[in-house]
Ligand binder design. Structure first.
Ligand code: SAM
Length: 352
């Protein structure tokens, strides 16, 4: 019997074709084709292939995928000076695909080998895997994109409500959030902690390109291994989409205790994460949710529901939950924590 009687299920052709088109969307994002269409409204594919050093036939395959998805359409006629080549314009689905492209990169770029090797990953002892693991660099690039689309407005509102002269981002990925904050607060100093070597290198490069090495310190470390008192002046600590990697619960609570010691002056800890929806089997579940629960299930992670996260914070001896703030990423929220001895009341609200 169906889990959701009466709901229209995609046909097998739609499922299959969607997976193929998703690969093309991911490629077009990484190659800069979507960005050129967004900026100029049109692309001459021959000239794009020549400028980017791409094989024309392979690029045509990606364009086929984009046409299938409705992201591009063929332009009418050929423009002067373009050697009679056809050109591409935005298709009817371009806006949505431009908005959601980070999710596609996250899934295919970040988890591609795991998806194709899922049967091996399922074997007892098949995870952690040296061949089917995650690509931290791709996940950092994807997070940079979907973070800007779906997280930043809530984040900046929250950060501006908690005064600080020094802030830290745990699992900072590409360091984009730190770079944004440094531009908005020229007097403030920042710390990023990142364990993945590829993501840490990408972050270092980005900070160097912006000339911010003197204001953004990037620490290559597991945040569970930060020494006590390491960052005595940091008043605000935040972390996006990392908390679930710190489970199970006992480990997570130890890490929370360690953070209290490593950041003794911190008055606000903003932990943002995606929680288990219990809707992933519903064909109408929103983008990201099913992929997030599937990949993390393959990695043996028991993702907490919203209520279970709140129960975990209740168990912390060092931190209490002040409020939560929903993000535009489906089933994702910012848990706003403060030290237990903070005078602010622990009011649990699901603010929008
Ligand atoms: C899903 S990504 C999110 C990146 C970034 N915060 C963002 O929102 O775009 C999670 C990041 O946390 C990092 N990470 C995971 N476990 C970590 C740990 N124990 N210590 C430090 N960083 C960690 C990962 O390498 C990855 O870059």
């Amino acid at each position: 019997m169906s889990d959701h009687p009466g709901t229209r299920r995609p046909t097998t052709a739609e499922l299959f074709n969607g997976a193929v088109a998703a690969s093309a969307i991911c490629a077009a994002f990484e190659l800069g084709l979507l960005a050129e269409l967004e900026a100029d409204g049109r692309v001459d594919s021959a000239s794009f292939a020549a400028r980017a050093g791409l094989d024309r036939a392979a690029l045509d395959a990606v364009i086929l995928g984009l046409r299938h998805a409705g992201a591009v359409a063929e332009g009418e006629g050929a423009a002067e000076g373009e050697g009679g080549e056809r050109f591409l314009v935005r298709g009817p689905a371009f806006g949505e695909i431009w908005r959601d492209k980070g999710y596609f990169l996250w899934l295919f770029g970040g988890y591609g080998p795991m998806l194709s090797g899922a049967a091996r990953v399922c074997q007892a002892g098949g995870w952690p895997s040296s061949t089917n693991g995650r690509d931290g660099g791709a996940i950092a690039r994807a997070g940079r994109d979907y973070g800007a689309m779906f997280v930043d407005s809530v984040f900046h509102k929250l950060v501006s409500s908690v005064p600080h002269t020094a802030a830290a981002d745990l699992g900072c990925g590409s360091a984009r959030r730190l770079i944004d904050l440094a531009a908005r607060a020229p007097e403030a100093r920042f710390v990023g902690v990142e364990v993945d070597p590829a993501a840490w290198s990408a972050a270092r490069e980005a900070v160097r390109e912006e000339g911010l090495e003197d204001r953004i310190e990037l620490v290559h470390s597991d945040l569970a291994a930060l020494p006590d008192g390491a960052f005595p002046n940091v008043e605000l600590v935040f972390s996006f989409f990392l908390a679930h990697d710190l489970l199970p619960r006992e480990r997570f609570l130890e890490i929370l205790a360690g953070l209290h010691r490593a950041f003794p002056s911190t008055r606000n800890l903003l932990l943002s994460d995606t929680y288990r929806s219990e809707q992933a089997a519903d064909p109408d579940c929103p983008i990201f949710t099913f992929g997030f629960e599937y990949t993390h299930g393959l990695m043996r992670q028991q993702l907490p529901t919203f209520a279970q996260w709140c129960e975990i914070f209740e168990l912390s001896e060092e931190w209490k939950l002040l409020a939560t703030h929903e993000l535009e990423i489906p089933h994702s929220t910012v848990f706003h924590l403060a030290p237990r001895n903070d005078p602010r009341a622990a009011v649990l609200s699901r603010a929008g």
